[in-house]
Design a protein around this ligand. Structure first.
Ligand code: DUC
Ligand code: ZN
Ligand code: ZN
Ligand code: ZN
Length: 485
């Protein structure tokens, strides 16, 4: 295959910044150094050459709340590439009672249209012997080493504590890592019913029904359950200080707990719900909801200090028409917002350009940390010889105003409408192919391949001292009453 040389740029990785050309061939990085030559030259002067973004959390064409999320593997990955993202991780979501392997076949069929590489997390939406058994096949034969648990969506996707504890233990045995959507679904259900009974049926009530406490409580609970099961834990869409605080504390105690803020929570706040027209607010209904500025500051501090490790989108895009199914009842507004195309430019503009993040931290939280946590480093997330040539040539001077009129996503609005961003891809390469060429979209449907992820080596060890307490032991109780203690 013909080679390409990315010439005259500055390589920026999670830990280094240096001038070099990067040569790619047969989908891989083959050489890094000065004055390289190749069949094609991509001019990177004035640009940063970085590992392509990895979005660890997207929902493409997902059956949810009576409908399907509108961006599919084609439009979703095209949107990602336009914004410098070269890999996505989607959630395979079995219907409660459905075989995990059967659901996976459905996801395999949908994902053949992907323009860039992708992987899956498996959701545990119900529990039983079949799920327990199929988890082993999913890990050993299907290349999936992460299992998502919804602590919310009562009566639909939510799992109970006993199910979560059993599944976490199974993850520990298999070398897999559990993920949690941490919101107390019982409290959300009660608050929602009360708000509706009081006549609060608009989209702003969605925010009132899911206060930070429900997220903080669930995050703490999941961390403790993971600790007892002896597995690491990945908390998706960490949106508030209460949840961040639980993660921070766990990490200080030596527990392997990861937190994932979304670009939406970092840059948009809860004023989007109040004194706004119905459509504006409903388009921004997602779970967890947007928070106030103090919570945003907490998330930015977490990224800078390392207590939060990755930035995702939870891209789950619904049209205005789909959102309007919830007119008169906020609990029926399909939950979800888009962000795949905007994650990297919005994080650069609001993070690097403002001095809140260094360029190297930007690479870490959009790509390298994610590849490490998901066990695909350094094939992904690296500018190294031998790594996949998933590369973004980032032009820090290129700018635009975000608008639905010019986006790749198939929906009719954009939650970042009107935001001005500086810093955009000049080129995005997916396994060596130029998908974005100075603004021109040259994506190729079906180019994307499934990335299998190996089980973890370190999992299965206790994360804290709790394990000692579980060992059966004889307790000496001289002088203490033997019953009723
Ligand atoms: N939250 C959303 O807003 N959408 C998809 C699923 C989720 O947890
Ligand atoms: Zn979620
Ligand atoms: Zn999600
Ligand atoms: Zn400008």
């Amino acid at each position: 295959m013909a080679s390409k040389v990315i010439k005259g740029g500055t390589v920026v990785t999670a830990d280094l910044t240096y001038k070099a050309d990067v040569k790619v061939e047969d989908g891989k990085i083959v050489e890094i150094g000065p004055d390289l030559s190749g069949d094609t030259v991509l001019d990177a002067s004035g640009c940063y050459v970085m590992p392509g973004g990895i979005d660890p959390h997207v929902h493409l064409e997902m059956p949810f709340m009576g409908t399907y999320s509108t961006d599919d593997f084609e439009s979703g990955t095209r949107a990602g590439l336009a914004g410098g993202t070269t890999m996505v991780v989607d959630f395979c979501l079995p219907a409660p009672g459905q075989s995990l392997l059967e659901a996976l076949t459905m996801w395999d069929n949908k994902s053949t249209r992907a323009n860039c590489d992708y992987s899956f997390h498996m959701a545990i939406t119900w529990w039983g012997e079949q799920v327990f058994n199929e988890m082993e096949t999913v890990v050993r034969d299907k290349g999936i080493n992460t299992f998502k648990h919804f602590m919310a969506y009562k009566g639909a996707l939510m799992v109970q504590d006993d199910e979560m504890y059993a599944s976490f233990q199974r993850c520990a045995e298999l070398g897999a890592m559990p993920l949690v959507h941490a919101e107390n679904g019982d409290v959300v259900a009660d608050l929602s019913a009360r708000l509706l009974a009081e006549g609060n049926n608009g989209p702003e009530a969605h925010a009132y029904s899911r206060p930070p406490q429900v997220e903080g409580e669930a995050t703490n609970r999941a961390i403790m359950i993971a600790d007892m099961a002896g597995v690491p834990l990945y908390v998706v869409h960490t949106s508030c200080e209460e949840s961040h605080e639980a993660i921070r504390r766990a990490r200080q105690q030596g527990k392997r707990v990861y937190g994932e803020p979304l670009i939406q929570h970092l840059t948009l706040d809860d004023s989007e719900y109040f004194n706004k027209d119905w459509d504006h607010a409903a388009r921004r209904v997602m779970s967890p909801p947007f928070r106030n500025k103090q919570h945003q500051d907490s998330l930015w501090a977490g990224l800078a200090s390392g207590s939060l490790q990755v930035v995702a989108t939870d891209h789950c895009a619904f049209t205005t028409e789909q959102k309007r199914t919830g007119l008169g009842d906020f609990t029926k507004i399909p939950n979800g917002t888009g962000g795949l195309e905007d994650r990297m430019p919005m994080l650069w503009s609001n993070g690097v350009a403002t001095g809140r993040l260094t360029m190297n931290e930007f690479v870490a939280v959009t790509s390298t940390n994610i590849a490490k946590i998901l066990n695909i480093y350094p094939r992904k997330g690296a500018i190294l010889v031998g790594a996949d040539a998933d590369i973004v040539v980032w032009d820090p001077a290129k700018e635009k105003t975000i608008s639905a009129a010019s986006q790749q996503s198939s929906i009719d609005y954009n939650v970042f409408e009107g935001k001005h961003v500086t810093g955009l891809p000049r080129f995005t390469l997916t396994r060596g192919e130029v998908a974005i060429d100075d603004g021109a979209v040259k994506t190729r449907e079906g180019h994307g391949q499934f990335v299998a992820r190996e089980p973890y080596q370190a999992v299965g060890r206790a994360l804290s001292t709790w394990k000692e307490l579980t060992a059966p032991r004889k307790v000496e109780r001289s002088g203490i009453p033997q019953s009723g203690v």
